[in-house]
Ligand binder design. Sequence first.
Ligand SMILES: [Zn+2]
Length: 224
Amino acid sequence: MDPGHGGRKDPGAVSRTGLKESDINLSIALATQLELERLNISSVLTRTGNYASLLPIRALLADALNADALISIHHNSPSANPSSTPGTEVYVQSKSDRSQRLGALIYEKTFAYLSSITNINWVSRSDAGVIQVLNSKGSDAYGIIRRPATPSILLELSYLSNPSEAELMATDAYAKNISKAIAAGVQSFLMTDKTISDPANKIRRYNPGSGLGSGSCDDALTSP
Ligand SMILES: [Zn+2]
């Protein structure tokens, strides 16, 4: 698992109340690790504290360990429109059926948990869901999933930039339940033949001018 961002210079998105994405990503990764342990699934984190870790190292750790899956954990921040449902996004590898299956299974669980919470004023982009995000060359735009041969996905669980969602993220219940949802998706991926009917073939073109990726999640982006 890769808790996105970290270190003094890269907190990722920051909520209006000062909640840092790097901290939330790490606490969710640690909580997910505990859930996976309960399911007898071993895991390794690309960082275990608040420090910077270079993208090439983080992206290739899963291959070096011969892992079954790499999951990068993020919380979104670019502006999005009010929505009746959570704007959860899961970026999958365009050339990997296994990444697309993993992404669809984890999306199903995380979206179901978030959707079950009442009294949140969600925001979402219109193409939210399981998506392939491609750069101008037709490759996966996000380096953390473009580099590994390991089936890899990047989660943007919900919007830290939205005060209503940020309030939820500050609760222990959120950490506990979202990590259970991620772990359940991993368990389905590793231990069942389950597939999801969602083909996970929606494509978003990464366009630096569009605002996508500007700001918070650049560390997961291109670079050589
Ligand atoms: Zn991020």
